[in-house]
Write a new protein. Structure first.
Ligand code: PLP
Length: 409
């Protein structure tokens, strides 16, 4: 494509305005304070300085694609917010997003719409397991996996990932031993993995599936971060690998991370197997839930219809941010950066600093004015690590990196 054509492709006509989607779009700062933002309006449990930069919870400081904003404004101006439902167009947009971006064929009737991935995982746990049944997770991992397992009185089985040459891998021997020993019923897989940023390869996914099929373990694959994969890597939905795997997998997808609409609470749960789908849906209905809210439906349709270009440009921006972070922190003797293959979350190995959990929080929040997620919340094996959300304007990231650069040897 020549430069002239490319230039026009990045211009979006909206009403009387022309909006350019390139790196400058993501450079625009929007004041998020006083918007009931978890990231900006909540305070860490410490004496946070005035100039605190929040880099903890996984949401982005970027505006949604302009067409999504416009559709939401139009919906708000309509002024009536009665009960809503998802129509055929909604399903076909979800189907076509996964076909276009991952070559994955799903059928409209496989999709359950739920108000969030964790809502769906909780319902799945209640639908497919009984009290004290075992559920396995690979730690360090998104901490609500452990919380929801224990909160539903299930037995939590942890298989720790192994850190080899700055890259995390699954300890398959340990995984299989624990599946067999604890008669594991469900695997909560995070793919790509938050917080360690791995994109599981086809070989790894096949091995996970082999073990799960052998022992009758249902795979719950949380693929909420699947749109954030960097150059050189490819996300493979585990259910796309074979009919047999598809038949025993529940895939949790969502536009919420991708398009920064987590506050609208939407996810699309893909279940090929009719029996599993019926059971999970029954557990969803038992909570009193029935349908997505109007704004979530509106934003999801607009995002999956118009969001491809915006997402491609966003990935270029995030890739630059990852490189910037690596350039600054990669030189530090006391910091080992685990370069993410996916996600906008950078996992920092700070064990050389010899600080305990509270010491790390105190150093980052009180001394540097940076609010990161403490690695210990993602499991024992995350102790000594911090997770940093870099989905922010370059100028903010530069300031954060400068503070670390000045303070850490
Ligand atoms: C792996 C993973 N799953 C689920 C969620 C939350 O999803 P939801 O808000 O749809 O429950 C997050 C949010 O950070 C996440 O990282």
């Amino acid at each position: 494509m020549n430069a002239m054509v490319l230039f026009f492709c990045t211009i979006i006509p909206l009403g009387d305005n022309m909006i350019k989607i390139d790196k400058s779009f993501f450079d625009i700062r929007t004041d998020r304070k006083n918007t009931n933002s978890v990231k900006y309006d909540m305070k860490p449990k410490r004496n946070a300085p005035e100039n605190l930069i929040p880099m903890w919870v996984a949401d982005m400081d970027f505006k949604v694609p302009p067409q999504v904003e416009e559709e939401l404004v139009n919906a708000a101006r309509h002024g009536i917010f009665g009960y809503s439902y998802t129509d055929e167009e909604y399903d076909s947009l979800v189907v076509s997003w996964y076909k276009t971006r991952f070559g994955w064929d799903i059928k409209p009737e496989w999709i359950l719409k739920t108000p969030g991935v964790m809502f769906a995982i909780g319902s799945t746990i209640r639908a497919l397991t009984d009290k004290n049944d075992s559920i396995l997770i690979f730690e360090p991992v998104y901490y609500p996996f452990a919380r929801i397992t224990l909160g539903n009185n299930r037995n939590l089985v942890v298989s720790n990932l192994k850190l080899e040459n700055h890259r995390y891998v699954i300890d398959f021997q340990d995984f299989e031993d624990k599946v067999a020993r604890h008669k594991v019923k469900l695997l909560l897989l995070c793919s790509p993995h938050n917080p360690v940023g791995r994109v599981w390869t086809k070989e790894e996914l096949l091995e996970i599936a082999r073990i799960c099929l052998k022992y009758g373990v249902v795979i719950v694959s949380d693929e909420i971060h699947s749109d954030f994969v960097y150059k050189g890597y490819r996300h493979i939905p585990i259910a796309s690998l074979s009919e047999e795997i598809s038949n025993s997998t529940i895939t949790c997808t969502s536009p919420s991370k991708t398009f920064n609409i987590a506050g609208l609470q939407v996810s699309n749960i893909v279940i090929d197997n009719l029996d599993l789908r019926r059971k999970v849906w029954k557990a969803c209905l038992q909570t009193g839930y029935s349908s997505l809210n109007t704004m979530a439906i509106c934003a999801t349709k607009a995002a999956y219809k118009h969001g491809h270009l915006w997402l491609d440009k966003l990935m270029d921006y995030l890739e630059d941010n990852v490189c910037l972070t690596q350039n600054v922190l990669g030189k530090k003797r006391d910091i080992a950066l685990i370069r993410p293959e996916a996600t906008y979350l950078v996992w920092l190995d700070l064990r050389n600093m010899n600080l305990d959990k509270d010491g790390l929080d105190a150093f980052f929040v009180d001394t540097l004015g940076l609010w990161l997620s403490n690695g210990s919340i993602f499991g024992e094996s995350g102790t000594g690590f911090m997770r940093m959300d870099i989905a922010t304007q370059k100028s903010i990231l530069e300031e954060a990196l400068h503070r670390i650069d000045m303070a850490v040897h």
